[in-house]
Write a new protein. Structure first.
Lengths: 441, 171
């Protein structure tokens, strides 16, 4: 919503070009609001992340739309931050509004980081492979690669700790930093004169883009591939639109060169853009009067060409190869089928399994206090009560043996505290216990 | 006031409507979806969800018999199983009482010495038949629907509202 005094943008088209900040603000709001809503159901654990996302997608009212808003919003946001940076170049913001410029550059880095960490959270096959790629990219960094990988994963391998870390980075660290940057930026802005015309124009642009995003997400759902365990060897993972350029680039680069181009060069480019306000040095001025503008345009221009080129190449490459095209179409059809099948809840814990095969009441009365509610065994002080799960795999533990053991434990080599239930239980009750114990696997 | 200034003010008022409309539009559409999204889901798990408590033959004597049953609970994406304590009253035709205190929902104990149920949280006391004796609870222990099937006592576990004088089934 800047109204730069020093460099004015005249003309109707030019005025509309100054509306990127309003759009970025709106998209940030959409991301925060939809992310907040999703966090009410999402579970950051490798056991349940996929199920909870499937629940959001298939069972929760409006869940699919909210998730799609968040998914596609995360792809539109970097695009508009990028455009915002472009328009700041033409306003020479790095000279006259340094804070605006720095905030926009940091914001670009943060929204890309938020997208990268958020992409792993559904924990479907696509997310899992993107986590693998992120791990590989970091691991390939010179000098700090190994440590960076360990810190990102929370250990040597991808695990539930990795998902927790991505979740914390995605919902706490990056949003906090984004809020900080936007807060400082907006606070600085509100100190100046408010031009209602500029605000209105920003609002109209934001409204139009929101309408576009809302309609887009009603038509196109956020993808949700098969779970990691259900993915077949033929599964072709494809990243989100904002990372297709990186995916395609990595095809051309051997070994750790990918880490250089995927992490180091973008990092350096952001660093140069960040320090641009202080790059107005004599040496560069001697080359050109608008050296800063040239540097920024060059960096963003090359990045734009690279991103558009590689993204297009990725789309074309997938379309040209008939086998890839066929497999991707098959995956899309499977996703569609999955989305249309009713959601099925999962048993949460061992107790839920027990509820499917409940112990007989007589077991609960006489046996559960020592051997556990579902025969898992227990320890009380120095006493150890063995588990009954899988007991039939031991010698002399058939159904009849268990009945015999209940009558006379000593003859089966068992001693106190196991006692005889010969007179305490009726024959049908002993059979009932034995029938249930042999089902414990 | 000169006409030009009035026109400028009207124009400013008109322009200020755009941001307001957009903010209200974006906020309302997400808030409406958010309301639907977060609205509590009351899942019916089937009214005929009878659970075995014990064999009728083992239920004897004048004292309440504590038993534990497991109930399934459908919560969003998960099915959880919870252990529930109940008391069977053999002296009253195997009536089944919920162990949940109707005051604030703690689990009551059977006190052999004083021959009464007591709640460890806020000291509500109930007689051996479950009727209220004293304390903050406004009604006696809740009786659960039960039946005998194939020689086994079965119960239909239900939860009731706390702090009401009447037994009101929880939705």
């Amino acid at each position: 919503m800047s109204d730069f005094k020093s460099v004015s943008l005249n003309g109707t088209m030019s005025r509309w070009l100054t509306t990127t900040s309003g759009v970025v603000l709106m998209l940030l709001f959409v991301q925060f609001a939809s992310g907040l809503l999703l966090s009410f159901y999402y579970v950051p654990s490798v056991d349940h992340a996929y199920t909870s996302v499937a629940f959001i997608e298939k069972a929760a009212s409006s869940g699919s739309w909210i998730r799609s808003l968040h998914h596609y919003g995360s792809q539109w946001l970097p695009l508009f931050v990028f455009l915002h940076l472009f328009r700041l170049i033409f306003c020479e913001a790095y000279k006259y509004r340094k804070l605006h410029w720095i905030a926009a550059v940091i914001l670009l880095g943060l929204v890309m980081a938020a997208g990268a960490t958020g992409y792993s959270l559904p924990w479907d096959a696509r997310a899992f492979f993107s986590t693998r790629v992120a791990e590989g990219l970091l691991g390939g960094l010179p000098v700090i690669g190994r440590m960076a990988r360990l810190w990102l994963l929370g250990g040597a391998e991808i695990s539930t700790l990795t998902l927790s870390r991505f979740f914390a980075l995605h919902v706490l660290v990056t949003p906090f930093l984004i809020l900080l940057i936007v807060g400082v930026r907006v606070a600085k802005q509100s100190g100046g004169n408010v031009c209602w015309e500029t605000i209105s124009r920003n609002a109209i642009a934001a409204g139009v883009i929101f309408l576009g995003l809302a309609l887009w997400t009603l038509k196109f759902h956020a993808p949700l591939g098969p779970s990691v365990s259900d993915a077949t060897a033929e599964y072709l993972p494809r990243p989100g639109g904002q990372f297709l350029w990186l995916y395609q680039t990595l095809k051309y680069l051997p070994g750790s060169l990918g880490s250089i181009l995927g992490v180091v060069i973008p990092g350096l480019a952001l660093l140069v853009l960040l320090t641009l306000p202080w790059l107005d040095v004599a040496m560069l001025r001697s080359l050109s009067r608008h050296s800063q503008q040239l540097i920024a345009t060059l960096i963003l221009g090359v990045a734009a060409i690279w991103i558009v080129g590689m993204t297009s190449a990725s789309y074309l490459s997938d379309r040209r190869d008939p086998r890839t095209r066929q497999q991707l179409a098959k995956q899309a059809a499977e996703e569609d089928t999955f989305r249309r099948t009713p959601f099925r809840q999962v048993a949460l814990n061992m107790s839920a399994e027990t509820s499917r095969n409940p112990p007989p009441g007589v077991y609960a009365t006489f046996c559960a206090s020592c051997h556990g509610e579902r025969g898992e065994g227990a320890t009380q002080a120095k006493l150890k009560f063995p588990p009954l799960i899988g007991v039939t795999s031991k010698p002399h533990r058939t159904r009849d043996d268990i009945i015999g053991l209940l009558n006379d434990p000593e003859s089966y080599g068992l001693q106190a505290p196991m006692r005889s239930f010969a007179t305490k239980l009726t024959e049908p009750e002993k059979r009932e216990i034995a029938d249930w114990v042999v089902t414990l696997k | 006031m000169p006409n030009a200034q009035v026109t400028k003010q009207n124009r400013r008022k008109f322009l200020s409507l755009f941001p307001l409309t957009v903010v209200v539009g974006v906020f309302t559409s997400i808030a409406a979806a958010g309301f639907r999204f977060l609205r509590p889901r009351i899942t019916q798990t089937g009214s005929e969800n009878w659970t075995d408590v014990a064999s009728v033959s083992e239920l004897q004597g004048n004292l309440p018999v504590p038993k534990q049953i497991r109930t399934e609970h459908y919560a969003g994406w998960a099915i959880t199983s919870e252990a529930r304590k109940v008391f069977v009253l053999p002296a009253k035709g195997n009536q089944v009482l919920s162990a949940i205190c109707p005051h604030e929902g703690c689990e009551v104990w059977w006190e052999k010495d004083s021959n009464q149920f007591s709640c460890p949280c806020h000291e509500s006391y109930f007689a051996a038949d479950g009727s209220r004796l004293s304390g903050p609870a406004r009604r006696g222990l809740d009786q659960l629907p039960s039946r005998v099937q194939d020689g086994k006592l079965q119960v239909l576990y239900e939860a009731f509202e706390n702090n009401s004088a009447e037994q009101i089934k929880r939705a």
